[in-house]
Design a protein around this ligand. Structure first.
Ligand SMILES: Nc1ncnc2c1ncn2[C@@H]1O[C@H](COP(=O)(O)OP(=O)(O)OP(=O)(O)O)[C@@H](O)[C@H]1O
Ligand SMILES: [Mg+2]
Length: 213
């Protein structure tokens, strides 16, 4: 039996600009992400431009990019990459088709803090900074294509055998029309170095804002 998950009456654990993040009602190790209803209306409703509506996948285009990228990385190795969130599959929900992911958790069982939370709570210490350098190195040396490295898309966790490490939980896949990054590893690397620079700038801005408080 594959029941439709009832999420509407649950409180999401958190959200991003485009999705609500729920704990899976049957399994706390998993999260279910659904597209925010207001985002669907705004970007894909009746008033949106015809060329957007004509795209075959419509609001699911972000799912396609994410899954495609997850598979491209998985194809290069016979185990899941620890720096990338594991996609488990789809779930039918009362808020539309949801994407099911493995939850990354902190040692106390709460949801793993993202980079913005780490900075805002003064927890980006030497260990975390070293883990971040290593994480960016692994991303650079993998075939993954990055579309959006905002501070909310990177979370921090700990495990006995790996120690402290970061996981990319969103913002993967090619969002440009031309597939240069998929074809050329050199172009992809150059693009990622640009994203890292931008990430460091975002971190600086977040730090400065936090110090003003
Ligand atoms: N697998 C995960 N484990 C732990 N926390 C997660 C996970 N996935 C998402 N989160 C948390 O939920 C927040 C929102 O998720 P996500 O980034 O997927 O939403 P979004 O709306 O697609 O984001 P954006 O604003 O970048 O478009 C993240 O910033 C992160 O803190
Ligand atoms: Mg995000």
């Amino acid at each position: 039996m594959d029941p439709i998950l009832q999420l509407k009456n649950l409180e999401p654990l958190t959200h991003g600009r485009s999705r609500l993040v729920f704990e899976h009602p049957d399994d706390p190790d998993l999260l279910v992400k659904v597209i925010r209803p207001e985002v669907v209306d705004d970007r894909f409703g009746n008033n949106t431009k015809w060329y957007k509506k004509r795209r075959r996948f419509g609001k699911f285009i972000s799912y396609i990019r994410e899954i495609q990228e997850f598979l491209a990385v998985r194809e290069t190795q016979d185990h899941d990459a620890h720096f990338l969130q594991r996609i488990v599959g789809f779930a039918r929900t009362d808020m539309g088709l949801g994407l099911v992911m493995e939850a990354v958790r902190w040692t106390d069982g709460s949801l793993a803090p993202n980079l913005a939370t780490l900075i805002n709570t003064d927890r980006l210490d030497d260990t975390a900074n070293k883990a971040l350098d290593q994480f960016l190195d692994e991303i650079l040396n993998s075939n993954v294509i990055i579309s959006d490295m905002n501070l909310g898309n990177i979370v921090y966790t700990f495990s006995e055998n790996r120690g402290h490490y970061f996981v990319l939980i969103d913002g993967i896949g090619n969002n440009s029309l031309l597939p240069f990054k998929a074809i050329s590893q050199r172009i992809n690397r150059r693009s990622k170095l640009g994203r890292f620079k931008y990430l460091r700038m975002r971190m600086e801005r977040c730090r400065a804002k936090n110090q003003k408080k």
